[in-house]
Design a binder for this molecule. Sequence first.
Ligand code: SF4
Ligand code: FES
Length: 377
Amino acid sequence: MNALETTPTPIAAPVGILAELTHRCPLGCPYCSNPIELEQRAGELETHDWMRVFSEAAAIGILHAHLSGGEPAARRDLVEIVAHCKKVGLYTNLITSGIGLTQERLKQLADAGLDHVQLSIQDAAPESADRIAGYKGAFARKMDVAKWVNEAGLPLTVNAVIHRANIARAGRMVEFAVELGARRVEIAHTQYYGWALVNRKALMPSRAQVDKAVAEVEALRETYAGKIVIDHVIPDYYARYPKACMGGWAKRTLNVNPHGKVLPCHAAETIPGLEFWNVRDHSLGDIWFNAPAFNAFRGTEWMREPCRSCPRKTVDFGGCRCQALALTGDARNADPICHLSPHHDKVSEIAATFDEVDENVPASDYNYRMLKTQVPA
Ligand code: SF4
Ligand code: FES
């Protein structure tokens, strides 16, 4: 009997798995979505563990495997992992900084059945890009990687996280993605949890900068219609309603960290009192349907007012639990981004402190994400 048959409630299977194959990464982006407490190399799941995880993912109906990190290319078994995902019928998306990929390795990945590459860029201006990444030469390397991805016949998405040091070029990054041969570009304004929360003072743009950048990117939709798909994640701190973080807690996707711990979202471990299960002890299906952390904020039963009686509660699911915790001290509160939240003033106050900011952020202002690594050539 599998987990789908034993679950007492009609919970749908997840659509995607985000596999953090390793937290090792040569870059140090100050907005990294990995937790502050990064998992060390010792203790990472072995190749055969990951293969079992992906087999279980396919068995419970997961369709998409997002191979992420850290930098997934730091895993020497990446080609084997991709080949296994292909074998069990998963669509594979490699989320990469590009550092650690060679043309030969990309060809091997394509031959193993890789379906898609998502390449991060830090900026469209080389010097700024390298400063944000904390890695000299990263920009130039990414240009090579984009070319190799195209030559390998793989579809390319370019992903740019927007913050004060690059917001002046938000529109330029769409053009840059077109030049790199991408079919899709994600322009995502920084979400302030984890490393980004630590670096908020250096990252947060002003309201005027945000308004200008959002208008610029939106105007490009028409210019580039039919050439590139633009996904635009607008900034939280200046919004009226929160986003449905993760599409709703434990509703669509799950994250497996490098040591096998399964999380409903990147920052879930910041929430005190949650019990996370590990793929070493439980099947993925058992975890999805029965792990306490997944059921803690599933659906709408856990909600307090104003969410409990709000018509949007099945639209945004009360926003982000981790942001609610970070800004109000309690993950059960409505995300204070929401203008209906009794804590919303706090967000407005924080945003107002960034009315006047200088976009020339020196590297010394960043707390770079640590746990850097050498990647295989
Ligand atoms: Fe969303 Fe809650 Fe705000 Fe309603 S009150 S819009 S459910 S965060
Ligand atoms: Fe955890 Fe939004 S990051 S719920």
